[in-house]
Design a binder for this molecule. Structure first.
Ligand SMILES: CC(C)(COP(=O)(O)OP(=O)(O)OC[C@H]1O[C@@H](n2cnc3c(N)ncnc32)[C@H](O)[C@@H]1OP(=O)(O)O)[C@@H](O)C(=O)NCCC(=O)NCCS
Length: 220
């Protein structure tokens, strides 16, 4: 497949500190690393999520995050805790549209738990796919081999989606644990092949730049 082509209905292009993606409906979003000054964006993002989405993401209802949670979600080193967000590039205040993170297990750093959130008005446009493809690309750049998801058992659509991409069920109770071993290669599903093509596009536009950005960041 020509990586310059549209894949998954999404097109990507390098930007100064991240990349631009055009979603299925033509809306553009900027993907970039999360920083300490994104606290307000995360708070705003929460106010643009339905109670159901909040429950699926956090396992409980909440109106706002505590200062401690906001610090945890934004003051990340991009090595142990990797977090990228999607923002509106047309808005000078860069409204937060979605966020994804990978947190390495302390005693097994090649395995990282991941989580994704997209604000409800942007659901179904491919932004979740772009965020997940970004996380997968960053994981591969930083030698993470297994992505682990902990998903509420009633979140059927997300469990089925991760399975279409190659994640395998590890445990199933009120929470379902899925492991996605990136060394296994893509399954032969249409979804996985399109996802792989998108991930390759992202890898191509990012190159080695994320590693350089980590080196440039002052230690927290
Ligand atoms: C999960 C989430 C990030 C998906 O974001 P999105 O931008 O809507 O996702 P996309 O449009 O890229 O779709 C991703 C895949 O999920 C499928 N999907 C998304 N919503 C769906 C739904 N309601 N029913 C069935 N499938 C659905 C899409 O068909 C697509 O699969 P495909 O590529 O095989 O066709 C978003 O719904 C969300 O933030 N949910 C609340 C938090 C959450 O559940 N997080 C996951 C656990 S950490």
């Amino acid at each position: 497949m020509d990586l310059g082509d549209w894949s998954h209905g999404v097109r990507v292009e390098a930007a100064e500190r991240g990349f631009l993606a055009w979603l299925r409906d033509g809306t553009s979003v900027l993907l970039r690393p999360v920083g300490a000054d994104d606290k307000m964006r995360i708070e705003e993002g929460l106010s643009n999520m339905s109670p159901r989405s909040i429950y699926y993401r956090f396992g409980r209802q909440m109106k706002r995050l505590s200062d401690r949670e906001l610090q945890y979600f934004t003051e990340v080193d991009q090595v142990q805790h990797i977090a990228w967000c999607a923002v509106d590039p047309a808005d000078p205040s860069e409204t937060g549209l979605g966020i994804g993170r990978l947190i390495r297990e302390p005693d097994r750093p090649a395995r990282a738990e991941f989580a994704l959130t997209v604000i409800d008005p942007y659901h179904g446009l491919g932004l979740g796919t772009v965020l997940l493809a970004t996380l997968k690309t960053l994981a591969e750049l930083q030698e993470i081999e297994i992505l682990r998801a902990c998903v509420l058992a009633e979140n059927h659509a997300v469990i089925a989606w991760f399975q279409r991409l190659g994640a395998r069920l590890v445990d199933s109770d009120c929470q379902v644990i899925l492991d996605w071993d990136l060394r296994d290669g893509s399954p032969d599903t249409c979804s996985a092949q399109r996802f792989q093509a998108l991930s390759q596009q992202i890898r191509q536009v990012l190159g080695e730049r994320p590693t350089r950005w980590i080196e440039e960041v002052e230690p927290l």
